[in-house]
Design a protein around this ligand. Structure first.
Ligand SMILES: NC(=O)c1ccc[n+]([C@@H]2O[C@H](COP(=O)([O-])OP(=O)(O)OC[C@H]3O[C@@H](n4cnc5c(N)ncnc54)[C@H](OP(=O)(O)O)[C@@H]3O)[C@@H](O)[C@H]2O)c1
Length: 274
């Protein structure tokens, strides 16, 4: 029995069952809604079968059938085909439907244009750890979306992680921080594993040490909510090993490098939007 929530009784259509669509549906079914309230369409039958194996959702015969009875439509297709998909479903979607788009870089105004009618719209920037129920999603409301739509969106996004509402103009920076962010942490892990290997450690052990250290460090940040600077100070004792490593990071300008990388991602997000 699912706890009663703003999602109770809502029919949810998910268009696209790729990485994000799959993660989203699983999160919803595990945490918030009955599988039978969710209808999914994807042209790739294998992806639908894989999803059906883990949760007994309804499989629609087409995108139009998928959205026709839905209260909420989640668009989880690649940005390049978003216009084509919307053109197909626009007349099948009900007039009171809430549309949630997770397509990276496609502005609310463009999505409204594609639908050719005013509608309640929310744009979301999720991130890849949604796959394991630890996503970070930021969202912006379109001009016809209400507080009720905001609550529904939060309940959906919180099924596979955390969420935060932001003005749409902030989404490029959100993309550069939490959207692309997982890759920065993965890269750092890769470089630590490489360094350990080059210094003589077996790759398998290096991977175990680095992965568990990443998990432990993330948990400490989440559980203590202390500033990273203070946490760094708790690991680094005066004249010790950590301080020696931190000195190299500082001398080589890690802070500047990270700043430049985030700025480059933000710039690219703005370019793609145009
Ligand atoms: N992955 C991330 O980390 C991430 C982060 C933030 C935002 N996003 C956004 O999330 C969206 C989905 O990304 P993803 O990584 O899940 O991509 P994906 O794995 O490629 O999933 C998209 C799915 O849509 C299917 N599809 C193609 N044409 C369709 C149609 N006409 N109707 C319904 N489904 C159709 C694709 O099938 P085929 O493979 O057969 O074409 C695929 O299964 C994108 O807009 C992306 O910008 C992703």
């Amino acid at each position: 029995m699912k706890a009663k929530s703003v999602l109770t009784g809502l029919k949810i259509a998910v268009v696209g069952a790729g990485n994000m669509g799959h993660a989203l549906v699983r999160g919803l079914v595990e945490k918030s809604v009955y599988a039978q309230s969710i209808s999914v369409y994807d042209p790739d039958k294998k992806k639908l079968d894989a999803l059906r194996k883990v949760c007994p959702i309804k499989i629609a015969k087409s995108n139009r059938v998928c959205v026709s009875l839905a209260d909420v439509v989640i668009l989880a297709v690649k940005p390049q085909i978003l216009q084509e998909v919307i053109t197909d479903i626009a007349t099948a979607a009900g007039k009171d439907v809430l549309v949630i788009s997770i397509a990276a870089g496609v502005p609310i105004a463009k999505i409204e244009q594609y639908f050719k009618k005013p509608l309640s719209l929310v744009r979301v920037m999720p991130n890849m750890p949604a796959l394991v129920g630890s996503g970070m999603s930021a969202f912006s409301l379109g001009k016809h979306a209400t507080q009720k739509h905001c609550k529904i969106t939060e309940a959906i996004l919180d099924s596979f992680g955390e969420s935060a509402q932001v003005p749409e103009r902030a989404l490029d920076l959100v993309t550069a921080v939490s959207g692309s962010g997982p890759a920065y942490f993965f890269l750092f892990a890769e470089k630590m594993i490489e360094a350990a290997y080059e210094l003589g450690m077996k790759a398998e052990l290096a991977k175990k040490l680095v992965y568990q250290t990443a998990l432990g460090s993330a948990k400490v940040m989440m559980q203590t909510q202390e500033d990273p600077e203070d946490l760094v100070a708790k690991v680094a004792s005066k004249g010790g090993t950590t301080e020696a490593a931190l000195g190299v990071f500082q001398k080589k300008g890690l802070g500047r490098l990270v700043h430049e990388a985030v700025k480059a991602a933000q710039k690219r997000s703005i370019e793609l939007r145009k």
